[in-house]
Design a protein around this ligand. Structure first.
Ligand SMILES: [Zn+2]
Length: 372
């Protein structure tokens, strides 16, 4: 067998697996038809993948006479991955399967400390989570760590994190004692990746993370675009107002100073849920704050819309409250945008709290699916 036929075989096998993964359930004749391969090739590959534990039989399909066809589905629990989201005050850990279902999760308050004791505790909790789920550690592909900061391209070092107040922190320090491969990921990139993954019809999107700081992610052709210096999607430091309010980065007028969740929550003692509760109840003072906030967010969204011309997903701490206001926001953008049209490309995120942790775990699920 020459190299190209080996290659072709591998490609066929992976195309078949990915098609079944995307479709959820499909018959063998349909696989052959969809991929333009012979039925025996489809049957042989499905058989092998079934034997390896990655596929199994699904439901009996309606047939027009003859033998009833049985669909093929993915064995979603064939592999797992861990995602850990480290923030200034909390740690969230999820264990997901190949279908991105959260099998086990935990979220707890733990002020970040750059100490061996802190990392040891996180690693112990990850290990306990896998044990609690009854998952064979050999089936865990790896552990992704989402952190607020700028990272090296290989995800093995935090270059700098303002939120965590650390620099030059290695992944091996964070994951010491963990018996899985580990990688670091920027939190907004991770959350954006998770949102995109959930919407399979999207291939390009911009994710805007509105948390206590503003970040974002650019997702092109189903992949993160990190930029030449890992700073792609740092929308929080785009300039909205020349010589405007001071930003934590040292500059003035950054979007962060106008659009972070703190701009709202500082009016309710740091409690964002309370802000939206009172806003809903008709608090006039908060209404004015909210309108001011929306006017800046509108500018930022229009800038993103003309720069990227794709779906914009709003997430971060604010994400879970935005659904009720998304129409207002779309109308507001429509009033200032150059390219009049339908503003329904602006959507609220679908995850509530776990997006970054799920996205970090996907760093292992995604390549696994692509190479299987
Ligand atoms: Zn800034």
């Amino acid at each position: 067998m020459n190299l190209s036929s080996v290659e072709k075989k591998r490609t066929n096998r992976n195309r078949i697996y990915q098609l079944i993964y995307q479709r959820g359930s499909i018959s063998k004749p349909e696989i052959a038809a969809q991929l333009g391969i012979s039925l025996p090739t489809a049957i042989q590959n499905v058989k092998t993948l079934q034997k390896e534990g990655f596929l199994r039989e699904g439901e009996v399909l309606d047939s027009t006479g003859g033998r009833k066809a049985i669909s093929v589905i993915c064995e979603k629990n064939a592999r797992f991955a861990i995602g850990t989201d480290i923030t200034r005050n909390h740690v969230s850990i999820v264990l997901i399967n190949l279908a991105t279902e959260i099998i086990e999760s935990t979220r707890f308050e733990a002020p970040y400390e750059n100490t061996p004791a802190y990392y040891q505790k996180v690693v112990e909790l990850i290990t306990a989570l896998v044990t609690a789920a009854g998952v064979n550690p050999a089936d865990v592909l790896g552990a992704g760590f989402s952190v607020p900061g700028v990272l090296t391209k290989d995800g093995q070092m935090i270059i700098y994190s303002h939120v965590l107040q650390v620099s030059a922190l290695s992944c091996s320090t964070v994951s010491r004692g963990l018996s899985y491969p580990a990688v670091l990921c920027n939190d907004a990139n991770a959350a954006g990746f998770a949102e995109l993954w959930r919407h399979k019809y999207r291939t390009n999107a911009v994710y805007l993370s509105l948390s206590d700081s503003v970040g974002g992610a650019i997702l092109l052709h189903n992949e993160l675009y990190p930029g030449e210096n890992q700073r792609g999607g740092e929308f929080g430091h785009s300039t909205l107002v020349r010589d405007g309010l001071p930003c934590y980065c040292g500059q003035k007028g950054c979007m962060d100073a106008y659009c972070s969740a703190l701009v709202l929550s500082r009016h309710t003692g740091g409690n964002l849920a309370l802000f939206f509760e009172r806003l809903k109840a008709g608090d006039a003072e908060l209404q004015a704050v909210w309108e001011q906030y929306l006017s800046y967010l509108t500018m930022a969204l229009n800038n993103l819309a003309v720069s990227f011309d794709c779906d914009i997903i709003l997430g971060g701490y604010l994400g879970e409250y935005l659904e009720a206001y998304i129409d207002d926001l779309r109308k507001s953008v429509a009033r200032i945008t150059t390219f009049l049209g339908n503003e329904d490309y602006i959507t609220a995120c679908t995850y509530k709290k776990e997006a970054a942790a799920v996205g970090a775990a996907l760093l292992y699920i995604s390549p696994f699916i692509k190479q299987l």
